[in-house]
Design a protein around this ligand. Structure first.
Ligand code: CO
Length: 137
């Protein structure tokens, strides 16, 4: 049964967003990273056994530029932790779900990730994150 790994929220300004989420809501910042190849600057906030991921663009061709332009700030995706990404993707594909290009690349914390098209999951962009610690141990 998949656990929620994190909830992704797109923001225009990461520092301004941290004022609300860290200072206003009391979340602890676990880490802030630049994902230059994806045009993103990302902050992870601890939320019990899961996290909140705040995503901001660091350049004009970021992965979320289109989303921010069309929809503005807000909920972007929900990420579920799976033990084995290949098994999870095979199950999703055999249920007729559409896997987005780039599946299997490393995510922000080294584990492999994949995204499923929102049309496949009732309008929700689903990210699957392989639990590489569980896989290694
Ligand atoms: Co994510």
């Amino acid at each position: 049964m998949p656990d929620i790994d994190h909830i992704g929220i797109c923001v225009h300004d990461l520092d301004a967003a941290l004022c609300a989420w860290r200072d206003g809501l009391g979340f602890r910042v676990a880490d802030v990273c630049d994902l230059a190849d994806r045009g993103l600057r990302v902050a992870f906030l601890d939320a019990g056994s899961s996290r909140v991921e705040l995503l901001a663009s660091s350049g004009p061709d970021s992965e979320i530029a289109g989303f921010l332009a069309r929809r503005g700030e807000g909920m972007h995706h929900v990420a579920f932790r799976v033990a084995d990404l290949d098994v999870a993707l095979a199950a999703a594909r055999s249920a007729g779900m559409m896997v987005l290009p780039g599946a299997g690349r490393p995510g922000a914390h080294g584990g492999r990730v994949a995204f499923l098209h929102p049309k496949s999951a009732n309008g929700v962009l689903v990210e699957l994150v392989e639990d590489h610690q569980a896989a290694a141990g």
